[in-house]
Design a protein around this ligand. Sequence first.
Ligand SMILES: [Zn+2]
Length: 308
Amino acid sequence: MRTAAVTGLAATGAAGLATPAQAKAPRDWRPGAATFRWFGTAGWRIDIGARTVLVDPYLSRYWTGLFDTGLVLSTPLTVATATVDANVGRPETILVTHSHWDHFNDVPHIAIRTKARVLGTMTTYQLGLASGIPVGQLGPVKGGEVLDFGDYTVEVAGSLHSRNASYSVGIPGVRLSPPPKPATVGDLPEGDTLAYLLSVRDGPAVFFMGASDFVARNVDGMRPDIAMVAMASATTTHEYVPRLLEALGKPPVVVPVHWDNFEKPLENPPPVAPADRERLDAMITSIRRVAPRTRIVLPDYLKPYTFA
Ligand SMILES: [Zn+2]
């Protein structure tokens, strides 16, 4: 079913890459300006020349009950160090959307080993300190910042976590001072949520989100070339996909993320729980209806994409 959807969608995309409102079309990008690899969940590795940026890198993929019995908050945090080390390269910057385990779990290990800079919410900052990341590598951001890294910029947008079926948020909470060292999934609260616009010099501007809600007024007019859009697991957010795509200016390329079963091995094709398969199909239908000229790319794990 997934393959059929991709084939059909690829055919619709070619004619729709440029609209007058877009500052640049993918064909204007410097070839190979940036390469993107999906880690599953909302995780990405972006290589810009010899420089590497990670977003929500989560590769450890251990059982928490989320996909069967229900989330077990006492699940110990563990890091699959061999898998992580083999795939993250030498990152200089790690962007964290929020501090749930499926976004933050591997960040302390990566940051401590590679000396990468970690940007995230105040809660991510405090949890990072508590997890042993040196203070000099941690930068709290709120939304509104536009950070200059030379070959790329990062604009931070205040965002929102996914609304669950109870109109609530999983593991809510913030940390404003370092807690004891996090040891379990329940020790990693959501801690507010951010989205990021990474703009590569002479390359694409790419919107990353880690959860399926957003503040429309914070992203209105952003106009990314590519948007990594988290799948919603509930229908409690009104018109999530249509409102998001309208606010972002109907990006030429949309990449659905956070639809895979991230407690199964990191093997292609990405595993999907049956209920999430239905949600993913509904999301694709919604994208095609709202933005028929948008190219939809369902990514495979670890495959290098340029989206050109
Ligand atoms: Zn989350």
